[in-house]
Design a protein around this ligand. Sequence first.
Ligand SMILES: [Zn+2]
Length: 214
Amino acid sequence: MLGAAVGIVALERVADALPPGIVTRSAGADVDGELQPAERIPPTTTTTTVPPTTTTTLPPPPPGQIAFPIDAQPDCWISDNFGDCRGSGCSRLHEGLDIMGSKGADLYAVATGRLTTKYVATPGRTYGAGNGWTLYDEENDVVYKYFHMATHTPGLEEGDIVQFGDVIGTVGNTGTSGANSDTNYHLHFEYRPGNVAKDPRPLLVRPANCTFYG
Ligand SMILES: [Zn+2]
């Protein structure tokens, strides 16, 4: 107790001895509510987040076949429009198969691979891929394309690796599929072994509740 009392007296003497205008502060006091530089908290280290993919129970296809890329709900149907003329004077061909589906139905990765391109729809723009992905199965050298999606699965970005059966987006009508019409919800699906477009229709697993016309 004696030592403490002596200390207080000593501090008071120091304060008394300071010239007018000098204000004493106790150690660690901040200025205008801000921390002193020495007390700043270092930034927390950034952790790498793993995309929250959803693995489904999509059954693996028989050898040589392609899993059905849409959660097939009752309004699922497919025509036979691979190779149809597109553009004026058939300037290009339709390099995919359009799979009509329910708005918002899940879309599945039909192979384990890397999402090499992310297509993002521009509001008001009704041409092009809309929202979509390119999925590259490097092991088998097959490129798959998914166009006109409503949404990408949150957290998935270009360069990510997805597993077979992961949900990578939902069925929509962005891009050339008829956006703004609130109709024509479908997946434009491309199958490109060696990056050459082939008709996926003969190889697709056919869910019981999806109708194949033609
Ligand atoms: Zn198409």
